[in-house]
Design a binder for this molecule. Structure first.
Ligand code: SF4
Length: 237
């Protein structure tokens, strides 16, 4: 599957231009996680990523091509210990999977990746997401700061969650705290989400009636989407 590949290429190009660094080995282990969403009150927080009027975005990109040669955690902008007040924030995850085909297995894999996107709860790191606007805000507790929380450790917690999903081979977690890069890459969040929503409906058995389909604008724009749906329908006959 290569439906997201043009966005992946843009993310790699723009983060490289902005001076992305590899922070995979900055932390020895993953930051501890809880079972449910953390509650960090405003008065006990140090600052918010994507908080106030700062921009924020979150999206996931999947491919079967060699887009992520290895697992990794990457950062553009200051790391958590160097941030002193609310700032822009993006978390973009790029996943390389085995060829998952067009079966129920593929449907489940996509759904599991979407589940993982919203179900990692690092301690002292309260995540609030808006799936409609693709925004993600994170309130970080003063206590977590004292204990040394950083993006490498948080990224490892996300990495472990994604790697537990069947068919997932490699995962890259990219954190961005530089405003202009968050704004620039935030423009692709809707397209990434449109592809995911269209895919889940296609796998769900959506009829191939392009004239009356809500996803026509996505198929008109994303190379390979229409061919994939029509190909699947042909095989079923
Ligand atoms: S090919 Fe695209 S536009 Fe046509 S029915 Fe399938 S999803 Fe809808």
């Amino acid at each position: 599957m290569n439906l997201y590949d043009s966005i992946i290429k843009t993310v790699h190009e723009e983060t490289k231009k902005a001076g992305v660094i590899d922070i995979t080995d900055n932390a020895k282990k993953a930051w501890p996680v809880t079972e449910h969403s953390e509650l960090v009150m405003r008065w006990e927080s140090a600052f918010e990523l994507g908080g106030g009027t700062t921009p924020s975005t979150n999206y996931t990109l999947v491919s079967t091509e060699d887009v992520a040669e290895d697992d990794g955690i990457f950062l553009v902008g200051p790391d958590i210990p160097d941030i002193k007040s609310d700032c822009a924030f993006a978390r973009i995850v790029i996943i390389k999977t085995e060829e998952i085909g067009e079966s129920e297995e593929a449907y489940n894999a996509i759904r599991n990746m979407e589940f993982a996107r919203y179900h990692v709860f690092p301690k002292g790191y309260m995540v609030r997401v808006s799936s409609q606007s693709n925004q993600e805000q994170v309130r970080i507790g003063q206590d977590a700061i004292k204990k040394g929380i950083n993006f490498s450790a948080v990224g490892k917690a996300y990495l472990e969650k994604y790697k537990a999903i069947e068919h997932v081979q490699n995962v890259q977690v990219i954190f961005i705290t530089k405003k202009d890069v968050v704004e620039s890459l935030g423009k692709y969040a809707k397209k990434a989400d449109d592809i995911t929503r269209s895919l889940t409906h296609i796998y769900d058995g959506l009829a191939t009636d392009c004239g009356h389909c809500d996803f026509k604008p996505v198929c008109d724009e994303v190379e390979g989407m229409r061919e994939m749906h029509l190909g699947m329908a042909k095989k079923k006959k």
